[in-house]
Design a protein. Structure first.
Length: 141
């Protein structure tokens, strides 16, 4: 199962910002998370971030289904592989920008979650909602 979870972003302007992260649970029940987080002034891609691992999704969650024709097991493996690829290629490579993540040198947690799902070949459903301000989640960066 692949789930996009969300909560209020720490230190967000007027409490409007929303932090998102991916939770992947394989058939053996092993949970893996991927987050984008501010590390000094850079965007870190963090696997199993302690702050997110068991955090309740107070601003909603969206189960991200496999693409048509792909089994759940292959989908989980594709997302885990994409997460590792994004981690290797993007960790600390961009400046963190919560409000304006799109650009050659900027990013945020929403952009990281979307990049992992896109890289795995999936699409985040648009018929369900994450509450709050989530720039980079529904747009191409």
């Amino acid at each position: 199962m692949v789930v996009l979870k969300s909560s209020k972003a720490e230190g967000s302007f007027l409490g409007l910002g929303t932090h998102v992260w991916l939770v992947v649970i394989d058939s053996a029940g092993v949970k893996t998370t991927y987050s984008g987080a501010k590390v000094e002034k850079r965007l870190g891609v963090i696997k199993n971030f302690k702050r997110d691992f068991d955090k309740p999704p107070k601003r909603g969650q969206i189960e991200v289904p496999p693409p048509p024709g792909m089994s759940e097991e292959k989908w989980i493996n594709a997302v885990l592989s994409a997460g590792e690829k994004v981690l290797a290629e993007m960790h600390l490579k961009l400046r963190f920008s919560g409000f304006f993540p799109c650009g050659k040198s900027r990013g945020n947690c929403c952009m990281i979650a979307k990049k992992i799902i896109d890289t795995a070949g999936g699409v985040i459903p648009t018929d369900r909602q994450i509450y709050g301000f989530t720039p980079g989640l529904k747009t191409e960066c």
